[in-house]
Design a protein around this ligand. Structure first.
Ligand code: PXL
Length: 281
């Protein structure tokens, strides 16, 4: 695959911002985003929205950062360092979603703005543990998705947001249309959790055309942080100036490599491995 360029010694890399939750187990969330961005030649700036208490077996709880502190982290980074793409992950609550949306509009992050925004509408962990208050789904629909340059739900998130159960290509297209109608510029419906084929096919929709991206399905129980990593790879490619279809094509190949290099960790599910680039020469 063609990798994104690392910056030469002493040269300031392109920057991207992740607004998300931390994972004490080190596999998902901000930890996955930062590693992926670093390996894609992007300096990762970080606005922490929530701190999770978790290991490879599950999430025991989370603590939200006050909404104004989340927004201030974004403002502070953009003012000085500047970013060319941004991503949201776990935002936990309506208050945080609203504060993030407001500051993004204020500083020029979001669809049709100078800085594209990848919205990964994180609702729950792979174990089904909640990472979003149930009453915040409305804010995801009405405030966050409309701000997205690209929205990247998995099939569980598609069901929660649109009430559409994706079981085949026709329902995936219906779901993409429903998400686009909420206001996202581009929609990806990820087929990775549809276990029916040897390929993992993601559908990309811009309100007009459907594009399909297929990569070989990597069967591993170690896929913790996979969604975050895919969205962070899209964000990284956008930060380098790639178009959305180019970024998605890159990210599909990137996550396939991260899955091939995934490893066991603890007693539950291990993480995908964004550091594979260091080992595969
Ligand atoms: O993979 C979704 C996700 C996002 N963000 C945080 C997480 C998880 C999954 O566990 O912990 C902080």
């Amino acid at each position: 695959m063609e990798l994104l360029p690392l910056s030469p010694r002493g040269e300031t890399p392109v920057r991207a911002l992740t607004i998300a939750g931390t994972d004490s187990g080190g596999g998902a969330g901000i930890q996955a985003d930062s590693r992926t961005m670093a390996m894609c030649g992007v300096h990762a700036c970080v606005a922490v929205a929530a701190v999770t208490v978790q290991n490879s077996v599950g999430v025991r709880g989370f603590h939200e950062i006050p909404a104004e502190i989340v927004a201030d982290q974004v403002r502070c980074v953009v003012e000085d360092i500047g970013v060319s793409a941004a991503k949201t992950g776990m935002l936990a609550s309506t208050q945080i979603i609203e504060a993030v949306a407001q500051v993004c509009c204020e500083v020029g992050i979001g669809r049709d703005q100078a800085v594209p925004l990848v919205v990964d509408p994180v609702c729950a962990s792979m174990h089904g543990d909640p990472l979003l208050h149930a009453d915040a789904l409305d804010a995801i629909r009405s405030v966050l998705v409309p701000l997205a340059t690209v929205v990247t739900p998995n099939l569980d998130e598609v069901r929660l947001i649109t009430s559409i159960d994706v079981v085949d290509d026709a329902s995936a297209r219906r779901a993409a249309e429903a998400l686009h109608a909420l206001g996202a510029r581009w929609v990806i419906v990820k087929g990775g959790h549809l276990r029916s084929s040897a390929m993992s096919t993601d559908l990309l929709f811009d309100g007009d055309r459907f594009l399909e991206f297929s990569t070989p399905r990597i069967d591993t129980g170690n896929d913790h942080g996979g969604g975050d990593t895919l969205a962070a790879a899209i964000t990284s490619a956008l930060a380098h100036g790639r178009s959305v279809p180019e970024a998605v094509e890159f990210a599909k190949e990137w996550i396939t490599k991260c899955l091939e290099w995934a490893y066991d960790l603890g007693h539950g599910h291990g993480p995908v491995n964004p550091l594979w680039r260091l080992n595969e020469r």
